[in-house]
Design a protein around this ligand. Sequence first.
Ligand code: FUL
Length: 488
Amino acid sequence: MNRLSALLPTAASIVVIGILSCAPPPPEPPEPFGALPTETQMEWLAMETNAFIHFTTNTFTNLEWGFGDESPEIFAPTELDTDQWMSVLSEVGFMGVVLTGKHHDGFVLWPSAYTDHSVEQSPWMDGEGDLVGMVEESARAHDMKFGIYLSPWDRNREDYGDSTYITYYRNQLREVFENYGPIFEMWFDGANGGDGYYGGANEKRAINGRYYYDWPTTLGMVRDLQPDPSTIIFSDAGPDIRWVGNERGFVGDPNWNTIDTDTLYAGKAGIEDLLNHGTPGAKSFIPAEVDVSIRPGWFYHPEEDDRVKTPEELFEIYLTSVGRGSVLLLNVPPDRRGLIHENDVATLRRWRELIDSTFANDLAADAIALADHHRGNHEAYAAANLLDGDPETYWTTDDTTTTGRITVNLLEPKSVSYVHLQEHLPLGQRVAGFRVLAMVDGREQVIGEGKTIGYQRILPVEPVTVNELVIEITEALAPPILTRLSVY
Ligand code: FUL
């Protein structure tokens, strides 16, 4: 071959280049549908499991709600070690931690410039301790994000109910954000039981729940204090994440990430159910957070040492929270020594082993997925995208349909117990009904079904050993868009 002909394209390569350049470009992706998540909400959903820490004077008085008249003298952990907390919590997979910086009793776990009712007046570390600072530091040392709970209801403060208390509350918020930020999650608790110490008044105080706290101003302040990375703000109905409507460890099916906040108010009949399920196609994207305690109480009580949830109970909670596209906020309350109790540590470790062993091996990793149709019949939207591990690629349909059928060829008989699906939420939550089918005894049978998928869905199915599975999307609010399919 002379030099010139080596540089010239061959006839065959001209044909290939011609075909490639003629391949039609993929059709436009589907239009976004409904309320969409922010980047911060997507990052929060990806955290999956966070730990909640309830620790204050209640730990020593054996109460769940301190009255507000507790002496700081009683706050006296003997072996407090926040590194023990964080090393256990990070070892078992928690990505972040939310600490009760102040619970309803008003005792403050950091030396605050705005009150004496704090660790500064306690014998712990001779009044030199700063538990918020220690937890924050230990969390970051273990690569966990730090968040805080500051109870708006304060049964210690004399001025609770007056506007000066709101100033006090905001000053403390500012103090926390400035000294211990970035705060990944801010927990605004909704409880208010009325009575309390209130600086010695010992009375019942009613506040106007709608106006007293002037939430728009407080939330605006938090946004200004931490614009980037912005804090995920929890309260019963958002603005960023919502309460799940129970403290038992489950979000519903369906679990819609959307709610209409303007029609939700405390005391509304059925509000728990609304929060538990969300509302399809509603105006705001406000996912549910599943908060539940590893023990019967939120605070440590010695008599509950043998009532720590079992690893199997926690695994079930994992399936009904993370497995339904929510985030689990699991409360692990340290004991009077200031340590996470041995029983809690043991159950947490075994729980993590259960999760890891159940989901160790994706049986669909080498599978072949084919859909009955895909958008514009273009490879860019084919079912193979479900198996490529890339959250940016997805299977989707033409705009004219809201259903689909995907066949997953596992290549050889495999024992299947769970199907794991994910929607591509940046374009909105869509799927409202799906089922899993398999050939059993020569007949195609439904082995599992559910309503929503959302951020993710881990669906337990009738255990079967099969070569092939079918995923049917039976109902959706708009063309379904799925990004992941795994089988365990
Ligand atoms: C509730 C509080 O009253 C409980 O004590 C606990 O902190 C729980 C997480 O939130 O509203």
